[in-house]
Design a protein around this ligand. Structure first.
Ligand SMILES: O=P(O)(O)OC[C@H]1O[C@H](OP(=O)(O)OP(=O)(O)O)[C@H](O)[C@@H]1O
Ligand SMILES: Nc1ncnc2[nH]cnc12
Length: 191
């Protein structure tokens, strides 16, 4: 993929959106009653969908001038690492607390179904880095917002946030766009 590759909003790519949406499975009442879980494992198992998703996110990374891709544990890792390879960028994990052996920065956050803390190895990013954060789902936005704060605290620049799917009824978009400031936000699917 050339560095000039253009990112295009999902709304202008109905065939891509249809393909991705068709590979996401709704699981009612998981992991607890009242939650409609969006299961991406059918998408991951489909080489055409996984390649199309990876290419789309890699194009977005390049279009934003990113130098590093940050993935959010755990499902964000699965999407972000191949994007980093495809775009010729390094990958940096944001992990749940206690999983990284080096010196970390930590940030607490709330989930749709619980609370947690996540960490990053600050030494993996420099002030010259432009960071694209990638995750599978934006729900309340708490996870992504915490990741945005973590990246800012490292001193690196924010190239943006991209998610496969936004659950609009939870209004996470307002939360993350507020935290992103001028940096762009892209959801390939909104449901
Ligand atoms: O917008 P929010 O309300 O913060 O929710 C979105 C987050 O929730 C899930 O992660 P989770 O930690 O539940 O699971 P995972 O380890 O399987 O990725 C999902 O992968 C996002 O990271
Ligand atoms: N409803 C949901 N489905 C999949 N991942 C999620 N993360 C937070 N809420 C979720």
């Amino acid at each position: 993929m050339s560095p000039q590759a253009e990112a295009s909003p999902a709304s202008s790519r109905p065939a891509l959106a249809d393909l991705l949406l068709s590979r996401i499975r709704d699981v009612p009442d998981y992991p607890q009653p009242g939650v409609l879980f969006k299961d991406i494992t059918p998408l991951l198992a489909d080489p055409e969908a996984l390649t199309a998703l990876t290419d789309e996110l890699a194009a977005f990374s390049l279009a934003q001038g990113a130098t590093k891709v940050v993935g959010l544990e755990a499902r964000g890792f699965i999407l972000a690492a191949p994007v980093a390879v495809r775009a010729g960028m390094g990958f940096v994990p944001v992990r749940k607390a206690g999983k990284l052996p080096g010196a970390t920065l930590a940030q607490s956050y709330e989930l749709e179904y619980g609370t947690a803390e996540m960490e990053i190895h600050a030494e993996d990013l420099t002030p010259d880095d432009r960071v694209l954060i990638i995750d599978d789902v934006l729900a309340t936005g708490g996870t992504a917002e915490a990741a945005i704060h973590l990246i800012r605290r490292t001193g690196a620049q924010l190239a943006g946030l991209a998610v496969l799917m936004e659950l609009t009824f939870l209004s996470g978009r307002d939360r993350v766009t507020g935290a992103l400031g001028e940096a762009p936000y892209q959801a390939l699917l909104t449901v």
